[in-house]
Design a protein around this ligand. Structure first.
Ligand SMILES: [Zn+2]
Length: 271
């Protein structure tokens, strides 16, 4: 599943082709993904100039001079193909720029989404309205976490996956950040000390920033938006490493189910 770093990498990759470009052709090749494409997608986007690109949580943003932003989500298996030699059955939306670049949103499992949102009101869009701060933004601070987690008995790991607390943090990065900060994933969120939260915030930033730098993490079904299928290799300390030795103490990494998903941790290093 594409996580925040993959979405950021995708946006940066797309920007090379789309920033400032005029969209000559906008072609939906089916009705939609997890929900229908906007009825006015072709009308609004054809002839529009891309004025900026961005990301909010795991959504990519393509701003246009029509005052509308195309908001995409890659779902479980989405990726953008750059200059595909030929279009395939899973290329569901095709954009062609005036300068002749072709970009195709490919999503075999169709859990992704494409929406048009008024740019000036993006913050009010229901999916964004209740979202917490970006992990790389200045608003994510130990004080924010302290306030948001105060009195909460749910596990710190589950709270960090809650988009209202921090936007766009996925399972991998929560496991890794908690390991680096030495915080047990099952600990009640409200019981995590101020100093521990102060250690956690820079580790959240670091794991995300390192993954972006590596160009996105190694995940099935994900390809870089440069037209080449391939996997980036990123070594994780705990994620998907059950039974392997902890990089700090050598004890075996443990896995348990939390909120229906796996958590990996070192029970010696994380308290
Ligand atoms: Zn350890």
């Amino acid at each position: 599943m594409p996580e925040l770093p993959e979405v950021e990498t995708t946006v940066r990759g797309l920007a090379r082709y789309l920033e400032g470009a005029v969209l000559k052709r906008v072609e939906p090749r089916r009705e939609g993904l997890r929900r229908p494409f906007p009825a006015d997608l072709v009308q609004v986007m054809t002839g529009a100039r891309v004025t900026g690109m961005g990301r909010r949580a795991k959504y990519g943003l393509i701003d246009t001079d029509r005052g509308q932003t195309l908001v995409f989500h890659l779902g479980m298996s989405g990726r953008w193909r750059i200059e595909p030699e030929e279009l395939g059955a899973h290329d569901h939306l095709v954009l062609e720029t005036e300068s002749g670049h072709t970009l195709a949103l490919c999503d075999p499992r169709r859990f992704g989404s494409v929406d048009l949102v008024e740019t000036a009101r993006l913050g009010e869009w229901p999916q964004f309205a209740a979202m917490g701060p970006e992990p790389l933004g200045d608003e994510l601070t130990a004080a924010h976490l302290k306030a948001a987690l105060a009195g909460r008995s749910a596990a710190i790991k589950l709270m960090l996956l809650d988009q209202r607390i921090v936007a766009g943090l996925g399972n991998i990065y929560v496991c890794e950040a908690l390991f680096r900060a030495g915080i047990a994933p099952g600990k009640a969120a409200g019981k995590v000390s101020g100093p521990a939260l102060a250690r956690l915030v820079p580790e959240i930033r670091a794991v995300i920033a390192e993954a972006i730098e590596a160009g996105g993490s190694t995940l099935r079904d994900y390809a870089q938006p440069d037209g080449q299928l391939g996997y980036f290799s990123k070594r994780f300390d705990v994620y998907d490493r059950e039974g392997q030795p902890c990089s700090q103490c050598g004890a075996p990494i443990m896995r348990f189910a939390q909120g229906g998903r796996s958590t990996w941790h070192c029970s010696k290093c994380q308290k």
